[in-house]
Write a protein that binds this ligand. Structure first.
Ligand SMILES: N[C@@H](CCC(=O)N[C@@H](CS)C(=O)NCC(=O)O)C(=O)O
Length: 244
């Protein structure tokens, strides 16, 4: 059976990692039997989660994983899309994963001390105290280096959040009143969109970006629907917001 190696569940959403949510959602949408193995990036082949094990093969990077799953088990979700829809899906996927993602990372790893403590607790709480602080320090340096290298970390937080809000506006306008991003049926773009969006508006990392995303009722309803449909064992997203 396919093994999905990812962070432990937390925050009442499928995963604190956008890309782990993406792959688990894809597996569930495509109805591919799998089991979850809790892990940390230091155990991952490319130093990042998620990765999967399948028939003795280790496959890392959510994009490579989804391509592998499509070519090995069939493309049940995207096969019927037109070339134009596929092009739109690819563009939004890149916006979500290569742009909006980094602004979310900035909010978690170096925007406010409160966010950092929430993030640290969620990722490292399972480690013994000294190892926890050391691992958190090492990883914080490493991830902040990535955010700087990617470029988002070179902007003021105000500039970066403004760019993230443009992404959120584009996503809200494109989704409009459709049930899924490309219409009436879920596609692999929804795995990516739900992964990044639920980690923007549905997690306890506070920022102007989160507030802006929460002001888009169609995106909030979308995350709620996705969570209800594909993660029915989790509490409904909107109810959690009311009780938090
Ligand atoms: N392009 C990769 C990105 C994966 C990724 O960035 N994973 C993060 C968690 S969201 C990670 O494990 N980071 C650890 C690190 O960079 O040290 C994918 O699509 O899977």
């Amino acid at each position: 059976m396919i093994e999905l190696h990812q962070f432990a569940r937390t925050w009442g959403i499928p995963n604190l990692s956008q890309f782990c949510v993406k792959v688990e959602t894809y597996l569930r949408m495509a109805k591919l039997p799998h089991q979850i193995v809790e892990s940390l990036p230091l155990k991952a082949p490319r130093g990042k989660l998620p990765f999967i094990m399948d028939g003795g093969k280790k496959i890392a990077d959510s994009r490579v994983i989804v391509n592998y799953l499509k070519s090995t088990y069939g493309d049940t979700l995207d096969a019927d899309l037109t070339a134009e829809q596929k092009a739109i899906a690819k563009s939004f996927q890149r916006l979500l994963e290569e742009h909006l993602y980094w602004i979310g990372m900035m909010s978690r790893w170096h925007y406010t001390e409160a966010n950092w403590q929430t993030n640290k607790q969620a990722i490292f709480a399972g480690l013994p105290p000294v190892a926890r602080d050391l691992a958190a320090w090492v990883y914080r340096r490493r991830i902040n280096g990535q955010i700087l290298g990617q470029g988002t970390g070179r902007m003021t937080t105000q500039e970066a959040f403004a760019l993230g809000m443009e992404d959120v506006d584009a996503l809200a306008d494109f989704l409009a009143d459709k049930p899924y991003f490309l219409g009436c049926k879920p596609t692999s773009l929804d795995a990516s969109a739900y992964g990044i969006l639920v980690n923007t508006l549905g997690c306890p990392i506070e920022s102007p970006l989160k507030d802006h995303a929460l002001s888009k009722q169609n995106l909030v309803d979308y995350c709620d629907r996705m969570q209800q449909e594909f993660f029915p064992e989790l509490q409904r997203f909107q109810q959690q917001r009311v009780t938090v």
